[in-house]
Ligand binder design. Structure first.
Ligand SMILES: [Zn+2]
Length: 53
């Protein structure tokens, strides 16, 4: 189980890889997978001015 650092919800991330971005099913925040076994996540850097376009 993964605990969302944003809202504290716990959910099953399933099979993920380090660096993968998952979305909290509770609050919808983007979370970056930091480690696996066990899976821990941190808030993904917000997509902003330096990305895209
Ligand atoms: Zn959340």
């Amino acid at each position: 189980m993964v605990e969302c650092p944003e809202c504290g919800a716990e959910f099953d991330a399933g099979a993920v890889e380090v660096g993968e971005i998952i979305v909290c099913p509770d609050c919808g925040v983007d979370l970056e997978v930091l480690t696996v076994d066990p899976v821990t996540v941190g808030q993904a850097p917000e997509e902003g001015e330096d990305w895209g376009e």
